[in-house]
Design a protein around this ligand. Structure first.
Ligand code: ZN
Length: 101
């Protein structure tokens, strides 16, 4: 396995780099604190992003096509959908926290 830090070529089963001691196989060595924080932050971004996307689409579709007798112009629908995206992002993060606690 090639080391991502020093590019030293190690054996495929080496847990740590022979040259710079960088962890190569995290599953075996146990995740470092930095690695876990990074993946958690990445997860949070993905979840809040997906939540925001669905929140935006739900509010936009709901206001535009489903709710009868609403006379909002596109700009107002967009603003409402942006609020929906914010709420969706918040729900996405809350969902992630509830799932991994
Ligand atoms: Zn290395």
């Amino acid at each position: 396995m090639q080391c991502p830090v020093c590019n030293n070529l190690n054996a495929a089963t080496d847990v740590r780099c022979f040259q710079c001691n960088t962890t190569l196989i995290h599953e075996t060595a146990g995740h470092s604190e930095g690695y876990r924080k990074t993946t958690q932050e990445l997860d949070a971004r993905v979840y809040s992003g997906v939540g925001a996307f669905f929140g935006f689409c739900l509010v936009a579709v709901f206001l535009k096509f489903i709710l009868p007798g609403v006379t909002l112009d596109d700009r107002e629908i967009y603003l409402a959908a942006a609020v929906g995206a914010g709420i969706g992002g918040f729900i996405g993060r809350a969902f992630l926290r509830a799932r991994f606690k």
